[in-house]
Write a protein that binds this ligand. Structure first.
Ligand code: HEC
Length: 86
């Protein structure tokens, strides 16, 4: 019984840790890309429109909005795309 509890606890820890790690890239974008699509479209809205990681990266890069300027590096866009399109 004790073993079982320990195992469940360990599993919870792993899941909690994984979700924190997985949210890391998107967290940088979530300040603007949030539910309600203001000031920028939420990830659900963007993923509905942009079907693949490549389309996502391209749209981010070619977007003319100055608010996106600091977030257009290959590294940032591709890391986020990898996280969203699994
Ligand atoms: C300072 C606010 C802000 C942050 C932070 C931000 N963005 Fe944006 N982003 C915008 C705005 C504003 C647009 C333009 C929305 C539009 O064209 O309607 C945009 C557009 C985009 C688009 C194109 C959407 C489309 O439909 O063509 C992508 C892709 C994107 N952002 C990805 C990202 C990623 C990835 C990050 C994080 C690394 C990020 N953004 C961080 C404000 C931001």
């Amino acid at each position: 019984m004790k073993k079982m509890v320990t195992m469940v606890l360990a599993l919870c820890l792993v899941i909690a840790f994984a979700s924190v790690v997985m949210a890391a890239e998107w967290d940088k974008c979530a300040a603007c890309h949030k539910a309600g699509d203001k000031p920028a479209p939420s990830k659900e809205t963007m993923m509905k429109k942009l079907k693949t990681a490549d389309a996502f990266i391209k749209a981010g890069k070619t977007n003319k909005n100055p608010m996106m300027n600091a977030f257009k590096s290959d590294a940032m866009l591709s890391a986020t795309a990898k996280e969203l399109y699994k």
